[in-house]
Design a protein around this ligand. Structure first.
Ligand SMILES: Nc1c(C(=O)O)ncn1[C@@H]1O[C@H](COP(=O)(O)O)[C@@H](O)[C@H]1O
Length: 165
C-alpha cells in the first residue's frame, strides 16, 4: 500500500453512507487514502494525535465529515496546517443545517473549506482534494479534465420525457 495522501475521517460510522461518496471518488482517481472514525467529542485525544501527526505522515488534505454539533473539522484544523475540507453530514432533527453552521462559521485564522450538506458535499470534497493534488501532478490534472468532459457529455445526452415536436 502506498502512503496515504488524503485522510477521510468522520465522527461516527453512522456518517459512512455519506462519506462513502468521498471514498468512491478517491478510489476512482486511484488516490492513496486512509479512512477512519475519529471524534472530537468522543475520542478527543485520538483526534489531537491524528491532527498533530497528519503533515509528518504525508497527508495533503483531510476530509472531515460530522453531523450535529460538528466540531470535528474545526478542531482538527486547529491542530494542523494540512488543509481541512469539512463535510456537513445530515442530522436527524435539523437535517444537517446544524452541521453546516457548526463547520462553516470558523473564527478568523483557522479555516475549514466547507462543502454542501450530504452526499454531494462529500463527493465535491473529494474532487476538491484531488484538484489540490493535481496542482503538481499533470497526469491527475488530465484525469480531472477527462472527468469533466465525460460529465459534460452525459448532460448533453440527457433526455426529457417529452420533446416539443
Ligand atoms: N459531530 C460529531 C463528532 C465531533 O464533531 O467530534 N463526533 C460525533 N459526531 C456526530 O454525531 C452524530 C451521531 O453519531 P452516532 O450515530 O454515533 O450517535 C454523527 O453524525 C457524528 O458525526
Amino acid at each position: 500500500m502506498s502512503t496515504p495522501l488524503i485522510g477521510i475521517i468522520m465522527g461516527s460510522n453512522s456518517d459512512y453512507p455519506v462519506m462513502q461518496q468521498a471514498e468512491q471518488f478517491l478510489q476512482q482517481f486511484s488516490i492513496p487514502y486512509e479512512i477512519r472514525v475519529v471524534s472530537a467529542h468522543r475520542t478527543p485525544d485520538i483526534m489531537f494525535e491524528y491532527a498533530e501527526n497528519a503533515r509528518a505522515r504525508g497527508l495533503k488534505a483531510i476530509i472531515a465529515g460530522a453531523g450535529g454539533a460538528a466540531h470535528l473539522p474545526g478542531m482538527v484544523a486547529a491542530k494542523t496546517t494540512v488543509p481541512v475540507l469539512g463535510v456537513p453530514v445530515p442530522s436527524k432533527y435539523l437535517r444537517g443545517e446544524d452541521s453546516l453552521l457548526s463547520i462553516v462559521q470558523m473564527p478568523k485564522g483557522v479555516p475549514v473549506a466547507t462543502f454542501a450538506i450530504g452526499e454531494a458535499g462529500a463527493a465535491n470534497a473529494a474532487l476538491f482534494a484531488i484538484s489540490l493534488l493535481a496542482n503538481d501532478n499533470p497526469e491527475l490534472a488530465q484525469k480531472l479534465a477527462d472527468f469533466r468532459e465525460n460529465q459534460k457529455q452525459s448532460v448533453l445526452n440527457m433526455d426529457l420525457p417529452s420533446q416539443p415536436a
